[in-house]
Design a protein around this ligand. Structure first.
Ligand code: NAD
Length: 463
């Protein structure tokens, strides 16, 4: 006899646990089926571990540059096993907190692999069954994509899963793919002493980012000795003892201690659907959903990396809220995917919301643009991080003035923490005149956003 719940969620990552927490917080009875640990990729093999290692790189750079501030220190050396242990401590603390929160909301967590069998029935691999009376939410997430010839072996060829479990960094590495993961790993490893070569198939790093922002990251990478090769095809690799030789482009090659494959993530639908389930999956393996996260089968929803939307934990959170709201029969506001916040934690950091200048032009929007660099910002000079800029793109009104802000793109110190007001401005469709009216404390990094917006009114203060 299957145990009944209002909602049964398959997958306990950010999409699944957010649906469970939000639903249970409103009074629904919820069960979550998770094959490993609640928290998912983000907590155990993704965002949190990666940012922990990037913080190690920041501490390393700070100590290496301490003399400039008159602080005498020995030149730093890194013991990555200590960073690995610290990462685990942070992850375990968050994991414990999440389990406690789920328990306090009376969410039932079932450890096992769940398969959706149709008729709102979920079967666990131990033979037990869960029946949903209101809805099933599919949130089984994604796994790293690989490329033929580069199957991960955990030694010479790794994906993010293996890199984030390392106790020691390789002396040299090829990173295949210059997306968010590739750039974060390249940045972290190079700062901690690895000789890094990045091989990217497209002519530009960081797809989706504004070109001015990408230029700043590219220059910083170059200055720090990262060899970025764009528009190259990776042919294969030939292991030779403890190293491997990667061939690419026009007969070129590089011999390294490790290869990191970061060419995207694929939705994890293995074992997800069976029986009379009528959930449609597209040709790339993503579960298809409408704006309210409803799949093709009534009463079944899908959220997070399993659906073809930005693969970001916070997008999973937002989608979970949409799904639960719809399950409650309320009018859910769909996620506006063109305006979600993006944060990349490389050095320098990247953060943006809304359209890039090129994307706006491609959409036929007449724009006005303003850019301000952190070199003119007092706080940036004080902290010794003057690299980077803020770029604001607004719709051009018929009289030439700046209308609603359509995109804000930032690169530089702590921009991931500065994106909030930019995100609000884009989503509120505020004009520079409206936002420019607000005060930014002095001296702060956030003044650069204020100055950039003010400049778009035609009356800048310092710029
Ligand atoms: P991605 O799709 O963002 O980037 C992959 C890159 O690899 C692309 O630039 C692509 O052109 C390149 N590529 C693909 N095949 C290649 C090949 N054979 N040779 C050379 N280059 C090749 O994927 P990702 O960086 O792996 O990240 C996966 C997902 O996780 C993305 O959706 C990303 O946004 C998300 N993520 C986001 C963050 C963040 O925002 N901080 C961090 C990690 C992951």
């Amino acid at each position: 006899m299957a145990e009944s719940f209002d909602v049964v969620v398959i997958g306990g990552g950010p999409g699944g646990y957010a649906a469970a927490l939000y639903g249970a917080g409103i009074g629904l009875s919820v069960a979550v089926v998770e094959k490993e640990k609640v928290g998912g990729t983000c907590l155990h093999r993704g965002c949190i571990p990666a940012k922990e290692f990037l913080e190690t790189a920041t501490v390393f750079r700070t100590v290496a540059g301490a003399k400039e501030f008159g602080v005498q220190t020995d030149q730093p050396a890194v013991d990555f096993s200590v960073s690995q242990a610290r990462k685990q401590k942070v992850v375990d603390q968050l994991w414990k907190g999440l389990q406690g929160l789920m328990k306090s909301r009376k969410i039932t967590t079932v450890i096992g692999t769940g398969t959706y069998h149709g008729n709102k029935l979920v079967r666990i691999d131990d033979g037990s069954e869960l029946k949903a009376t209101k809805a099933v939410i599919l949130a089984s997430g994604s796994v790293p994509r690989t490329i033929p010839g580069f199957e991960p072996d955990g030694r010479l060829v790794m994906t993010s899963d293996e890199v984030l479990a390392l106790d020691k960094l390789p002396g040299s590495a090829v990173v295949i793919g210059a997306g968010a993961i590739g750039c974060e790993f390249a940045s972290m490893m190079a700062d901690l002493g690895t000789q890094v070569t990045v091989l990217e198939a497209l002519p530009k790093m960081l797809p989706g980012c504004d070109s001015d922002v990408v230029d700043v990251v590219g220059k910083s990478f170059k200055k720090r000795g990262i060899d970025v090769r764009l528009g190259v095809k990776v042919e294969g690799h030939q292991p030779n003892g403890s190293q491997t030789t990667v061939t690419f482009g026009d007969g070129e090659s590089v011999t390294v201690d490790a290869v990191v494959v970061s060419v995207g993530r694929r939705p994890l639908t293995d074992d997800l659907l069976a029986g009379v389930a009528k959930v449609e999956v597209d040709d790339k393996g993503f579960v298809t959903v409408d704006a309210k996260m409803r799949t093709s089968e009534p009463g079944v929803y899908a959220v997070g990396d399993l659906v073809a939307t930005p693969q970001l934990a916070h997008v999973g959170f937002a989608e979970a809220i949409v799904a639960i709201t719809d399950i409650l029969g309320e009018d859910a506001i769909p996620v506006d995917y063109g305006k979600v916040p993006w944060c990349i934690y490389s050095h320098p950091e990247v953060a943006f919301a809304g359209m890039s200048e090129q994307a706006a032009k491609d959409a036929g929007i007449d724009v006005v643009v303003s850019k301000h660099r952190y070199i003119g910002n007092g706080r940036a000079l004080i902290i010794g991080e003057p690299e980077g800029m803020v770029k604001v793109i607004a719709r051009k009104e018929a009289d030439g003035s700046a209308g609603p802000i359509v995109g804000v793109h930032m690169v530089g110190p702590w921009v991931t923490e500065q994106l909030g007001e930019a995100y609000l401005s884009v989503n509120w469709e505020a004009t520079p005149a409206e936002v420019g009216h607000f005060i930014h404390p002095h001296p702060t990094l956030s003044e650069t956003f204020g100055e950039t917006v003010l400049a778009l009114t035609g009356r800048g203060l310092h710029g």
